[in-house]
Design a protein around this ligand. Structure first.
Ligand code: PMP
Length: 419
């Protein structure tokens, strides 16, 4: 049923994919919240998990649980195969070699690894790291911390009012002082998809390494890291149908070989003597301690699940949902969308005249609608727009056009309450 004024795209536009069946893969989506059907519009925060991922984690503990790389027994080799299998699957997903994939707890750890192992030893007073106005705190604060320790400073490439990076100004800022550029692939607040290939080309021309925060790209777009041409690419598993506490850093082999370890301990050594320690080859050199093995068993299943649907099909589906939602929300009196870049991803930040974002999100929750309000870990972006917070509806391929209608109808009811 589609009750909105804007008809949904012809059903079955991509007839190979049965989206209703795919939605049924997500047990949690059948929940009710405050007596209403759950409408989950907070995927940019964390995605819901399909049953195959939940079962992979459950199966790990029921059937395979052992530590990785240490045991010669059967369980140990099964566990190691699942953990290393996740690396292989991520490598195929990203178009990279498995030895260039460091498994981490998420994007935050991946970026901190680059900050402390790559940037810190290289930076000196007067050097700069270039970021953009639309970065998540995870791609700002680690750089500020290493700047404080080295006397380097941050440079910020500006964006337009519509939320697009001003590429000429980014390129102009790539001066001799810049030792590293750090850009999000897709903005978690605006949905802007940055022209990362072009940015990588400009960085390469000047011999400046480029780190890309791929947290919001990996769940939504087909990726080919080799084709992008960057130096570092960070992803987080929990936004791509995987468990929390999983993620990865892809880095060029030459960087991984040159970088010293970030954390020391078991699993990352070749030989330890009191006179000195030699380290394992990358990527294991960066994976000290017992990792989140069950989580990576789940992430391996998540990557297979996404690939089974196909990232190209997911991107088309989400574009249709985004167009429908944008059109529907634009019809709400007094509603303003922040982030209108062409080709943006399915993230809609909005404000409604006279209504505080938190009040709106709290009342929408009573209607069963889960969306995020706040600064979205992007204070500088909020400062740019001069607002303390926005409401953010973020869509995923399992969402429906009816859920968007439900959001618009609930906003109308809530506004009456707040009027
Ligand atoms: N970067 C972006 C663009 C994000 O959206 C997020 C998660 N909100 C992060 C980094 C941090 O990811 P994690 O907390 O999983 O490390």
């Amino acid at each position: 049923m589609n009750t909105a004024a804007h008809p949904a795209p012809a059903a079955g536009k991509d007839s190979r994919i049965d989206w209703a069946r795919i939605r049924a893969d997500f047990p949690l989506l059948a929940r009710r919240v405050h007596g209403k059907p759950l409408v989950y519009l907070d995927s940019a925060n964390t995605s819901q998990k399909p049953a195959c991922v939940i079962e992979a984690v459950d199966r790990f503990y029921r059937e395979h649980n052992a530590n990785v790389s240490r045991a010669v027994h059967q369980l140990g080799s099964e566990s190691t195969a699942l953990y290393e299998g996740a690396r292989n699957k991520l490598a195929a997903f990203l178009g990279a070699h498995r030895n260039e994939i460091v498994l981490t707890s998420g994007t935050t750890q991946a970026i901190n690894l680059v900050a402390y192992s790559y940037a810190l030893p290289r930076l000196k007073a007067g050097d700069a790291i270039l970021v953009t106005t639309m970065e998540h705190h995870a791609n700002i604060v680690p750089w500020q911390l290493v700047c404080e320790r080295t006397g380097a400073h941050l440079k910020v490439a500006p964006i337009t009012e519509s939320g697009e990076l001003i590429v000429e100004q980014f390129v102009e800022a790539l001066g001799d002082d810049v030792r590293l550029a750090c850009v999000t692939h897709v903005s978690n607040v605006l949905g802007t998809v940055n022209p990362v290939k072009e940015l990588a080309r400009e960085c390469r021309r000047r011999g400046i390494p480029l780190l890309i925060d791929g947290s919001q790209a990996a769940p939504h777009l087909p990726l080919d890291i080799a084709a992008i041409g960057c130096d570092f690419y960070a992803i987080t598993g929990h936004k791509m149908c995987g468990p929390t506490g999983t993620g990865a850093l892809w880095a060029k082999r030459e960087h991984l070989e040159a970088m010293p370890p970030f954390l020391g301990g078991g699993e990352m050594i070749r030989e330890v003597k009191f006179s000195g320690t030699t380290f394992a080859d990358p990527p294991h050199k960066f994976e000290a301690g017992t990792p989140n093995i069950a989580g990576f068993a789940g992430l391996g299943a998540a990557v297979e699940y996404l690939q089974g649907i196909g990232m190209a099909g997911i991107a088309v589906r989400e574009r249709e949902l985004l167009e429908y939602a944008t059109h529907a929300l634009e019809g709400v009196p007094g509603l303003r969308i922040l982030g209108t870049a062409p080709g943006k991803a399915a993230v809609i930040s909005f404000l409604i005249d006279g209504v505080h974002a938190h009040d709106l999100a709290t009342l929408l929750d009573q209607e069963g609608i889960a969306l995020r309000s706040g600064h979205h870990c992007a204070h500088p972006l909020m400062q740019f727009y001069g607002v303390p917070a926005t409401c953010r509806a973020s869509l995923a391929f399992w969402n429906t056009f009816e859920e968007i209608d439900a959001l618009v109808a609930a906003i109308a009811r809530v506004r009456k309450l707040l009027a």
